[in-house]
Design a protein around this ligand. Sequence first.
Ligand code: ADP
Ligand code: MG
Length: 686
Amino acid sequence: MEAIKHYGEDVFSEKAIRKYLKKDVADKLIATMKDFQPLDPSIAEDVAAGMKNWAVDMGATHFTHWFQPLTGGTAEKHDSFLQPTGIASAVMDFSGSNLIGGETDASSFPSGGLRSTFEARGYTAWDPTSPAFIKRHENGATLCIPTVFCAYTGAALDAKTPLLRSVQAITRATDRLMGKFGRKRAHTSITLGAEQEYFLIDREYYLRRPDLLQTGRTVFGAAPAKHQQLDDHYFGSIRPRVLKFMTEVEHRLWRLGIPAKTRHNEVAPAQFELAPMFEELNLAVDHNMLIMEVLRQTAENLGLVCLLHEKPFDGVNGSGKHCNWSLAYGGKNLLSPGDNPRDNAIFLTFLSAIIRAVDLHSDLLRTSTAGAGNDHRLGANEAPPAIVSIFLGDELTEIMNSIDSGKRSRSRSRAKMRLGVDMLPPLPKDNTDRNRTSPFAFTGNKFEFRAPGSSQNCAQSMMVLNTIVAESIDAICDKLDAMKGDFNENLQALLQRLIRKHKRVLFSGDGYSRNWPAEAEKLGLPNLRTTLEAIAPLKNKANRELFAKYGVLSESEMESRHEIAAEDYERRIRIEGTIALEMARGMIRPVVADEFSRLATAIGQATKDGLKVGIAGLKALSLKLGAGLDDLHVKCERLEKALTRSGSGPILAAMGDLRKTVDKLEHLVDDSRWPMPKYREMLFIY
Ligand code: ADP
Ligand code: MG
């Protein structure tokens, strides 16, 4: 009870705003936050003063602009409110300009060539649509102000700027289409509920695994006898230590006004999930970034480590971040089939726009999930494949088919669906979510994009989704504008054409099946398996034009994002290769060599002593160990060579090869002397 009482206490919420600001200032600020109206600059000083007073009352001594650079994480640089007024006197000071904008040395943040060397400054600008909040630590607290981050030229250097631009694009398009249905202007909300998967392991183990410490994943580790074969972890009863962690995470999140709602054990041992209630997209993205931070920090306090990498352990499931996305107009969910023909026509039109968007731009959706970590997941029979198709569920597929063919559907004795006239048959909600193998599934009143990785910023995927859907909505509006005659009939004809053209992207089958990639290839659906393939669409001219047209990313911003992604990928693989080599040579080889030499001595001694038994066993083991030692040497040399060359392919191959040898040796060497924690320890003892 106590924890819920503190809900939202650390947020500069409407309640706090009304308490600390004069009424007219508060009204203006709240209008900006809620309706995304431009902020009136004349209130900046008053807002800053009120915000500071609130923050100081909450125990804050410092403030920071809080932003999301293209490193994938968040960034902050704290300044204290302290302003000396004499030798031994000071006041707490925070001005309107401190609030609205900041300047920072951006030279160490990735810019992908957007920032010339002589202009190293980066600029942060307040995003009033996401409320300021307090971050607490042992010795105090910091006021955090969500901001965008850009270069001197205004070019975006972060994840938030294009996200906000894409929200504008889809809002404009939605207004336009709703106008055609005769709807009065209302607020468009793009909503996101991001389910976060993660692993928890004991910190003691983590500290003894240089690979986990440096890369977030294990580059070695033999499969334990029992891992996830028995499906006994998923939704299993939660262990007390983990439950303690989860409740502490929730209490912290609730204070931050983050609606953490669901918690459960996931499929892999030591894997868990947290899902919040959905919120307005920009806020939900900020909240997901905070969720990841709170997960990490809370774990640390409890002697645990939270791993957010997409694939910390080979052979068991990796972690994703299912992004549940929808859009609402004036508070009504547009992806919820309505209870009258007019609403149904709206629903089917938006649905068709999304189908068209995903079919035309599935490559870009895949791009948004690219990354070294996620390469281990997508298409590995645990996560949706790298082919982005749509699952609609039986009932909706049948309705779409009936619009497409204009024929009576087989199982229902009704004529084809007539838009604006007929009612949709009721869609059973729980029926729509049967297919867990689809990367992009309709789940009753939203789409669930399941390809994003657990550590990724959902802003990337959501920005792409908004933009491509905006483009499809506009394409539908353009076509309708060009048609004469009855609106409903035109719409019917248009949607029929759209479905015919784009239905190849609808796939209800098993996304994990071996045949699907071949089938998808025949249909012409892209299958971009690796990061380097997946980021190539950023270079595509038509894609660049699309993002430029919607003002979401300029050509040079797209180019920079390609460069950053490629560089990030290559660097990560190189770090993985380097640490694998270091561990193989510095930790594993000495143990194997020592064990081998002890065996050799023992064999020599036993032979000399004329022992009759045991020598065969010793010899057999020494043969295996010797062969392993030789193998280890050869594979280390190969990896070392790969690391001297450019390109990640040979490093990945050599690393994979080395792993096989090391994992075999793990079972040959004295368990008590194996130099690092094993999977069966890390995944089960916590
Ligand atoms: P499951 O694991 O079955 O997919 P969860 O309950 O774990 O379901 O997560 C579902 C997520 O979808 C939650 O975050 C929820 O808030 C979100 N969601 C529900 N409705 C919407 C909506 N209209 N827009 C966006 N997200 C939504
Ligand atoms: Mg879930």
